[in-house]
Design a protein around this ligand. Structure first.
Ligand code: FMN
Length: 327
């Protein structure tokens, strides 16, 4: 029987499938289900500094008589503490209930927020920290270097603040994606989680308003993840955790073949339940047995661009007749 165990961010995982950060990872019951279903680790729902600050502002606005700024400061502090405490309790409860690693996730906007939350997460016993950070380049006065600097500064300061292994979960919306991901991998990050998937805007033409669309990924989105994992895996100095579009055992196998050290999925479990993780993990083991692989390392990256006969398949983007096979 094939062994699915791997090392990810320096820790031993019983399988390469990780339940990605989402609403499902916000309760201990679900996390226990994930462990039983064969996930190698779980990433808790992100703590969003923006959400906490938004909730505080809402409370302030609804409590019309809180006019004095000292009262506001007191209530804001109390409410922020309560929100963070709730999350820290989830980390502690998850650590008590699970034997698989618990990865905490944060998304902040102030440097003080990042450091404070990271420190407290470390004290609560999380095994690793996933930094959910992407600054959508929407500022007309801000050049690429300024965006990039913010990533390096954040990583540097977090590394000076906590000793937990750190993963950065970010996006593929960068002009020089290969160059930038490689530079990020040289910073001492334990992993790059490639790539996060974001809320996408739509327009409701009946109600004449902006709405959200595509809340869950589709399996078709896997190919972009395969492309970039396949190109980058040979060149990064940290682990790669692939995410977006992996909905079944086949997707899991493909991402490992492209060079992923681990894989995070979320959307498919909203559709099929957390228990479906078992089918994915068993499917991986069955395929390995059929192919004669005893360990994940024996086939990891076998199909990345450096290990195949025609690496150009990863770089081709145009539908030329000779490649697309359809007209
Ligand atoms: C409902 C929902 C909530 C999510 N919340 C978070 C979050 O809080 N933090 C985060 O880093 N990613 C979040 N994600 C992104 C997932 O962790 C995952 O990276 C992304 O959905 C791509 O994987 P998938 O194609 O398997 O869904 C969320 C995804 C979904 C569907």
């Amino acid at each position: 029987m094939a062994s699915l165990s791997i090392k990810y961010m320096g820790l031993d995982l019983s399988s390469p499938l990780i339940l990605g950060s989402c609403g499902l990872t916000n309760s201990v019951d679900n996390l226990v289900k994930a462990e039983q279903a064969g996930f190698g680790a779980v990433v808790l729902k992100s703590v969003f500094e923006e959400q906490i600050k938004y909730d505080i502002e809402k409370t302030y606005q609804s409590g019309g008589n809180i006019s004095h700024s000292q009262s506001y400061d007191y209530i804001a502090h109390y409410q922020e503490e309560a929100s963070i405490d709730k999350h820290l309790r989830l980390i502690r409860d998850a650590k008590d209930a699970l034997s698989i690693p618990v990865i905490a996730s944060i998304n902040c906007f102030s440097i003080e927020g990042w450091m404070e939350y990271a420190k407290r997460i470390e004290q609560s016993g999380a095994d690793m920290l996933e930094v959910n950070y992407f600054d959508l380049p929407t500022h007309f006065e801000k050049k690429a270097d300024e965006y990039y600097d913010s990533y390096f500064k954040l990583i540097r300061e977090l590394q000076a603040t906590v000793t937990l292994p750190i993963a950065l979960k970010t996006s593929h919306y960068f002009t020089d994606l290969a160059y930038f991901m490689q530079k990020l991998s040289y910073t001492g990050l334990a992993s790059l989680v490639l790539f996060n998937r974001f809320h996408s805007p739509d327009i409701n033409i009946e109600k004449m308003e902006i709405s959200n669309t595509n809340k869950l990924s589709k399996p078709e989105e896997l190919s972009n993840t395969i492309r970039w994992v396949g190109i980058l895996s040979e060149h990064l100095r940290c682990d790669i955790c692939a995410t977006t579009g992996c909905h079944d055992a086949e997707g899991l196998i493909k991402l490992i073949l492209a060079g992923a050290d681990a894989v995070q999925s979320a959307s498919v479990f909203y559709i099929k339940g957390i228990e479906y993780g078992r089918e994915m993990v068993d499917g991986l083991a069955k395929w390995m047995d059929q192919k004669g692989y005893a360990t994940i390392d024996q086939f990891k990256a076998k199909q990345n661009y450096a290990n195949i006969e025609d690496p150009a398949v990863y770089f081709r983007i145009q539908f030329m007749k000779c490649m697309a096979g359809i007209e």
